[in-house]
Design a protein around this ligand. Structure first.
Ligand code: 2AM
Length: 174
């Protein structure tokens, strides 16, 4: 039997940004209902790998170290939803070339190394609510996020819901 873990790579918000995301989440929850994403789970997914052999985690961590991650500033200024996935999210006001480049680079590198990866187009967002949808609107106040932590996460199902554990991180101080 191959032992696997459900993995993804994402940006981890610092505590100050997390608090602002919680405020935006609570405001959206009051308006649109659904199920609030726990504060500890708030993140921005860059690449979703799904079930991955545990023996490949060290190799994956090295590839993440080598992907050239540099801290970047993101402005979350919109609230919107994916109606098919039934989630409400906070998103960017415009495409972010550096962020898009990082997602593309990660995806290409992982594919070159034969990791199976979800290749649906990258659409940067932080999921705030599940089982809810809403019309697109402006997030006020906007959230300025100096994104300096890139993480390899394991997603685990527990009786209390899904939990994300950081298995590896890259911190950029630039
Ligand atoms: P989300 O970013 O919209 O919340 C762990 O499941 C994380 O990976 C979640 O943040 C989830 O969606 C994201 N994700 C991206 N592609 C996924 C996929 N094909 N299946 C499950 N989760 C996916």
């Amino acid at each position: 039997m191959t032992h696997t873990a459900r993995l993804f790579i994402g940006l981890t918000p610092p505590p100050t940004v997390r608090q602002q995301l919680v405020a935006a989440r609570d405001q959206a929850h009051t308006q649109f209902g659904g199920k609030a994403v726990p504060e500890a789970n708030l993140h921005l997914t860059l690449a979703f790998l799904g079930q991955t052999p545990l023996v490949r985690i060290a190799e994956l961590s090295t590839l993440i170290d080598q992907c050239g991650f540099m801290a970047m500033t993101l402005q979350l200024a919109t609230i919107g939803s994916f109606s098919r996935a039934n989630v409400v999210w906070a998103g960017l006001s415009a495409r972010h070339i550096v962020l898009d480049g990082l997602a593309t680079r990660l995806c290409q590198t992982l594919q070159q190394h034969h990791f199976s990866i979800d290749t649906q187009g990258f659409n940067a967002h932080v999921t705030l609510l599940r089982k809810a949808i809403c019309p697109a609107h402006v997030l006020t106040p906007a959230i300025n996020w100096r994104a300096s932590q890139l993480s390899l996460y394991e997603s685990r199902s527990t009786p209390d819901g899904v939990e994300y554990q950081v298995l590896h991180r890259v911190i950029s101080h630039t």
